[in-house]
Design a protein around this ligand. Structure first.
Ligand code: ADP
Ligand code: MG
Length: 440
């Protein structure tokens, strides 16, 4: 596959890209764990990078003095794109890589302004808005759960009578399962609605991206039973290339949907995997996504794959460390190479099975310590354990929180061995979480 495969006709910016000039701009979320992984990928590729952030000091703390740090207004995508365009006048930018849902809209707007291959900004916005996504997918005939949207202002009583049970309530603009809660009857529905309203108020006070409009509406969906899978892909000129299909072997039945295990390759029958790939590609097309990373989540219902989400970003947290391609290329390298317009020869994942366990926060409080780290690391197949929460930090479980205690990684000959290694290592860990001291 050459660099020009599926790309739009070369304009001036594309010629620049071919000549290999300019840096790739990484739009990393403020609290990204992945900065180091992207920076080392860039070094291996020999591609220069600029790191965008809306809180410069956070990135600096983490990686020392990064090569080029750009302060951008992440909360206002148009303004951030204008900042990037202004920057590009003095400093050629050959590609833009989004780090999360919030920055995928900025990446689309900026790449459009710079004349680089990009997702239509409207498509990136649609993908980051759960209700808009649902509407677009349903209109295109892509299988999605039955759903209803309600103005928050109307309160829960009418909606509780209008929906079917069991259902899942969710905010339209948050991510990482934050505020996603199952309700089995009208009484639980009303309490759940109010709980989500509190989560939305808190998210607003944290100054997360996503404006008031994204808080004015709640989405309710029929609960879709069945196993869940996640598809990691790369869109090139509108064509979805599947990089990996992960099984999520822990049942996700609610009421909260904490992700724990991701294991690849999938153990589902090949025909079902092919159906997942087909439906995910249809979904990306229906949303209008064309270029760059996609992370899709689907349920395998008795009627076939149902799309829960297609995000215009790559897999979150440190989970990308499970993936290696060709002769050991990382997902970050692939994404940088794609954004830089470099030729990408082999997208085939390695032969071995791999997996990650996102370590759930068992209860709220202050993390005082983690025991069993060495024992967990010693489990055969376990490759690494990264605790991402510093001791002394307050932690909050889902659905109010949206983070994990860390990540456990394993590789083995088969997915079953990977799953077993991750479960066994997790069983050796003890998290000492205590109630915060009362404030005087
Ligand atoms: N309609 C549904 N039926 C069954 N499970 C659901 C449904 N909607 C969400 N979930 C569960 O909640 C998780 C998070 O929901 P999702 O819409 O992907 O929000 P987020 O953007 O926060 O990840 C899903 O991965 C799935 O396990
Ligand atoms: Mg999701």
């Amino acid at each position: 596959m050459g660099p020009a495969g599926g790309r739009p006709a070369p304009g001036p910016a594309t010629i620049d890209r071919m000549a290999g000039t300019g840096d790739v701009l990484l739009l990393l979320p403020t609290r990204s764990y992945r900065t180091d992984d992207f920076l080392s990928a860039a070094r291996r590729l020999g591609v220069g990078v600029l790191v965008g952030s809306d809180l410069c000091h956070t990135v600096e703390e983490r990686v020392g003095a990064p090569p080029g740090l750009v302060s951008l207004d992440y909360r206002r995508p148009e303004r951030a794109a204008a900042q990037i365009a202004a920057l590009a006048e003095g400093h050629p930018i050959r590609g833009v890589v989004p780090g999360d849902d919030g920055t995928s809209v900025i990446a689309a707007l900026a790449a459009e302004r710079l004349g680089l291959p990009h997702n239509p900004p409207a498509a990136a916005r649609r993908a980051g808005h759960k209700a808009e996504s649902r509407r677009a997918l349903r209109a295109a005939g892509v299988p999605v759960p039955r759903f209803w949207t309600f103005p928050r202002a109307g309160g829960p009583d009418g909606p509780a009578r209008a929906v079917e049970y069991p259902c899942v309530l969710k905010p339209v603009g948050l991510s990482a399962s934050r505020g996603v809660i199952r309700a089995d009857d009208p009484a639980t529905f009303a309490a759940t609605w109010r709980r989500i309203e509190r989560i939305l108020e808190k998210a607003a006070s944290e100054r997360r991206p996503g404006g008031a409009a994204a808080r004015a509406e709640l989405l309710v969906e029929a609960f879709v039973p069945g196993a869940e899978v996640a598809l990691e892909g790369l869109l090139r000129g509108g064509r979805l290339e599947v990089l990996a299909l992960f099984d999520k072997p822990d049942p996700l039945d609610g009421p909260h949907f904490e992700e724990t295990l991701y294991v690849t390759p999938s153990r589902h029958p090949p025909a079902l995997q092919a159906a997942v790939e087909r439906v995910a590609a249809e979904a990306a097309r229906a949303l209008g996504l064309l270029e760059g990373p996609v992370h899709a989540e689907l349920r395998l219902s008795p009627q076939g794959p149902v799309v829960l989400e297609v995000a215009a970003r790559s897999i979150g947290g440190l989970c990308a460390r499970t993936l290696r391609f060709g002769a050991g290329i990382s997902l970050e390298e692939l994404l940088l190479a794609h954004a830089a317009g470099l030729p990408i020869a082999a997208l085939r994942r390695e032969e071995r099975a791999a997996g990650v366990m996102m370590l759930p926060i068992p209860r709220g409080g202050i993390l005082r310590g983690v025991e069993g780290v060495e024992a967990a690391r010693a489990v055969p197949g376990v490759e690494d354990l990264v605790i991402t929460v510093p001791e002394g930090r307050e932690v909050e479980p889902l659905p109010e929180g949206d983070s994990y205690l860390g990540f456990l990684f394993a590789r083995a000959a088969t997915p079953a061995e990977v799953e077993e290694a991750l479960r066994s290592a997790h069983g050796r860990l003890r998290f000492d979480i205590r109630a915060p001291l009362p404030t005087v």
